[in-house]
Write a protein that binds this ligand. Structure first.
Ligand SMILES: [Cu+2]
Length: 166
């Protein structure tokens, strides 16, 4: 499997600190799914002038790191490795988010506890690499009010005060 091989190769090589100008990750965080696995989320933005493909992610926080996607198969959400990476066009961003594409951390070397940091090395192939230190935030709620996450939304926390003057 191509992605697994790339991730393994990246782990053996010195980490490339310089990404091509314009590859930026916003709002990154990681959280545990259970004591053995977790996931990392962020928005990757390509401000450069060529398309770049996120080919894999390396981290020493877990025995195995893969780019995963969620797909609905026969009405059931399933996740699995993304084949061929994630291409991001110039000027575009790609969200790695709950219920969507994500960085899967399998076989955590230590539990992901709030306040800790996870180092991730994003491999964009010809576009270079991007090193991140990502905070662990197990309390973070899914940002998107997508259909899947409605049950987890706390509507009581919404601020209605702005509407009272109308
Ligand atoms: Cu996954």
């Amino acid at each position: 499997m191509k992605i697994a091989l790339l991730a393994a190769a990246a782990a053996l090589l010195p980490v490339v600190a310089m990404a091509q100008d314009g590859l930026i990750a916003h709002d990154a965080y990681a959280r545990a799914s259970n004591p053995k696995s977790g996931a990392a989320f962020m928005v990757v933005e390509n401000q450069g002038s060529t398309a770049c493909t996120l080919q894999g992610v390396a981290s020493d926080a877990a025995a195995k790191v893969e780019l995963h996607s969620h797909q609905e198969v026969d009405g059931v959400m399933k996740m699995g490795p993304i084949e061929g990476g994630i291409e991001i066009a110039p000027g575009a961003s790609h969200a790695l988010e709950r219920g969507g594409d994500h960085v899967m951390l399998m076989g955590l070397t230590e539990p992901l506890e709030n306040g800790a940091t996870v180092k991730l090395a994003l491999d964009f192939g010809d576009c270079g690499g991007l090193d991140l230190e990502v905070p662990v935030d197990n309390d973070r709620q899914p940002k998107a009010a997508g259909a899947m996450d409605h049950s987890q939304m706390d509507h009581g926390k919404m601020d209605h005060s702005a509407h009272t003057g109308n």
